[in-house]
Design a protein around this ligand. Sequence first.
Ligand code: SF4
Length: 285
Amino acid sequence: MRRLAEPASDHSSDGDSETVASRVDRLIDAHGVDKLLPLEKERRGARQDQLVFLGVADIAQYYWCAAKALFKSRQMELAFFRSYLLDRLLYSLYLGRLDRLPVSSYDLLEVGSDISMADIEYLLSLSIVAKELPDTQINYLDDPKERGRLLQLTRAERYPTIRWNFEWENYVVVGVPDGITGDFAYEFKTTKSRFLSFFQKPVAFTQADLYGYLFRRSAKRVQIFIVDEEVTETWEEGTSESRAVETLASFRAMDMGDIPPSPKAWKCNSCEFRVGGYYNGRMEF
Ligand code: SF4
């Protein structure tokens, strides 16, 4: 997969060598991301308990389990806010719009508000190919998430990509496609069996539609690697903007209090949000 190029080493005044990314990371840590999030919500006129920052992949989980999409989004909000901040600061440095890192929290939150889609396209064009990993050990990994991540690095097609955030209604949606070409957004998933792939397909398609809609690509390319069969299924078709908007609207309605549709009961068996003998989705809505 191709990622945005790692910034060149930067030399601080005391002579130590440090990447720009780690300096920006340290700056966010010094201010405290948990203190910056309430400040940012206040700046936006949002309630403190209001969900604002969320990720494309979590929203697309609506078609696996709608309640899980919301629970996961609430759990991950701080992490997505950090990604949003980091990208705005880093890209401003890359684009030469920032001479020095800001000192006050307010100034830090302001940085990057002038970054346009044209800037993102320019930064995307600077991407480099990440190193390929050997896949010899992958089948021995027990952790499905880790296996999926490594399979992605070795089996997925390689395209440039970039992480960026988009305002939609009162949300800031953070997304990093598995690839972006001039024509399509690419989404790659792995799943253990063909049976599970039937349930992953709507999630993968929706995720690609969301990327296509947000990054303005007219087509999507979706691949699902089925581990048991060592087969990759491939689809390429137009981006469904209506599907993307409909999903965002359904997610928002659920966030505002609508009762989400229940998933297939077996999906709850290994879900991190299952509590006792109840399904979270039925308990809280
Ligand atoms: S326990 Fe079931 S209903 Fe609750 S979030 Fe998980 S999959 Fe969805």
